[in-house]
Design a protein around this ligand. Structure first.
Ligand code: PML
Ligand code: MG
Length: 256
């Protein structure tokens, strides 16, 4: 299986026209697929966007391309869940986890001041923990982390072992967080969904793993957040290239 050719399959969907013409972001998705599984991969992404609680898309793009680089394997970050009663408590836990991961408190505060401004973005923003400035230069687009996946059978074994739901959402978020945090310049990630029906978010870091927090926003809120706190970034171009282009398979256990 490891010698097989893989394809990166990507989807983005919007309402009121495409994203680049001001459409509202509805959904995005990533898969790595063998040639034989392409039909299924496209279908999974199609269904994800057609039945989204942010609304019905009137624009969707699904594309695939063969991967020309070796696919790197990463172990999933260790997982933990922090049960909280309120958004305030959840956000306090998030700040605490960010600080423990190595983000100075004044930088956390600076990032939080900007969160409302960033929350309409469909991609992630890069925040430099030395200057306290956004450094990705991608305006309303943000950075889209791409070319990553986790084979469903292996994910389900992991989920059963850790008594986690076999949820596509958890799988996708943990894959992304694992890829992002594996880069030496990443200190931590802060994320919650733009899906109004999903309030659990997380802080991820090398030090503490993937720490879920059960309430980071109010139910019904469509404003999401994805910030990568970075340090020691001497080459922004290669960091963004890693996020967008380095193919990654998350794999749990020893079998290949
Ligand atoms: C998203 O849906 O865009 C992000 C979901 C983050 C949390 C997933 C989880 O661990 O429950
Ligand atoms: Mg989403």
């Amino acid at each position: 299986m490891c010698e097989e050719k893989f394809y990166s399959v990507r989807m983005r969907a919007a309402q009121n026209g495409p994203h680049e013409k001001g459409g509202k972001h509805i959904s995005g998705g990533e898969q790595l697929s063998t040639y034989d599984n392409l039909k299924n991969a496209v279908n999974v992404l199609l269904e994800k966007a057609l039945a989204h609680s942010r609304g019905n898309p009137d624009f969707m793009q699904i594309q695939f391309e063969m991967i020309d680089k070796p696919i790197k394997k990463l172990r999933p970050l260790p997982i933990g869940t922090n049960e909280v009663e309120s958004v305030e408590e959840g956000q306090a836990v998030a700040r605490n986890l960010l600080e423990k991961a190595g983000v100075p408190m004044e930088i956390i505060e600076k990032a939080y001041e900007k969160i409302a401004e960033y929350s309409e973005l469909r991609g992630a923003i890069l925040f430099d923990i030395r200057s306290g400035l956004r450094i990705d230069g991608q305006n309303e687009k943000g950075i889209r982390v791409s070319r990553m996946d986790w084979l469903t059978t292996n994910f389900e074994k992991w989920a059963d072992h850790y008594e986690m739901p076999r949820s596509q959402r958890v799988k996708e978020a943990l894959v992304l967080a694992t890829k992002v945090s594996a880069h030496p310049a990443t200190v931590a990630e802060l994320c919650w969904s733009d899906d109004p029906e999903y309030v659990t978010g997380y802080v991820a870091s090398k030090k503490q793993g993937y720490q879920r927090i059960t309430k980071l926003k109010e139910y019904g809120d469509e404003l999401g957040c994805r910030i990568f706190f970075v340090d020691g970034l001497s080459d922004l171009h290669s960091y963004i290239d890693y996020l967008e282009k380095q193919p990654i398979f998350v794999q749990w256990g020893d079998n290949c």
